[in-house]
Ligand binder design. Sequence first.
Ligand code: ADP
Ligand code: MG
Length: 240
Amino acid sequence: MIKVENLYKQFGETEVLKNISTRIEGGEVVSIIGPSGSGKSTLLRCINLLEVPTRGKVWVNNEDITDPKTNIMKVRQKIGMVFQHFYLFPHLTVLENLTYAPMKVKGETRELAEQKARELLARVGLKEKETAFPNNLSGGQKQRVAIARALAMEPELMLFDEPTSALDPEMVKEVLNVMKDLAQSGMTMAIVTHEMGFAREVADRVLFLDGGQLLEEGTPKEFFNNPRTNRAKDFLEKVL
Ligand code: ADP
Ligand code: MG
């Protein structure tokens, strides 16, 4: 579903991603982990072209999204993204947050969009919140709405950038559980996370980034039980 080939990203003089090559198969759940500043967010953002790679190629569903001729808005419609800070529309109700893009971008009727939105809200455990405004929700509820809103566009791929890092500890689990359900439903997912327990349990594969390099790539078992590089060993000693 995603192929990244010899990807480099520079901000001015700083090389933030150095020769990253990897792929994510359909239905696969990949956790991207590594120290702060290692390039995790930049890698994720290169996959939907929120950042334009300096060099290298990214394919999404066999489409070269780094080719200037590609219609990136169309590619992005297939990719849901969830951020640390939810970015809900504050002036819209929960239901309207979910129906806005499907109606505006996909031209869905209000009836259909609302029906699907209600199903999604039930799925993330927020059926009773459809008329609430984001400011009246807890952080965990906001993030679940953000996930449901992304799913409302019926993406083929979901990208998560530290979705639980801004949450109070007691709310982390409700969000991780929604993500776990999504993973089990067969969604293709790339997740930047510091939740090592989640990565170990839910991910099919772990990517370890340090200093802009992809230093390790393997199953959670391989990575957590037998990290090959000293950098990964040091990192795991600090976070586990
Ligand atoms: P991570 O998500 O692993 O913490 P990031 O991908 O956010 O790392 O950042 C990697 C490096 O790139 C950091 O040194 C950061 O300061 C730098 N960086 C990220 N975005 C920009 C930007 N828009 N302009 C300049 N430097 C940036
Ligand atoms: Mg980041």
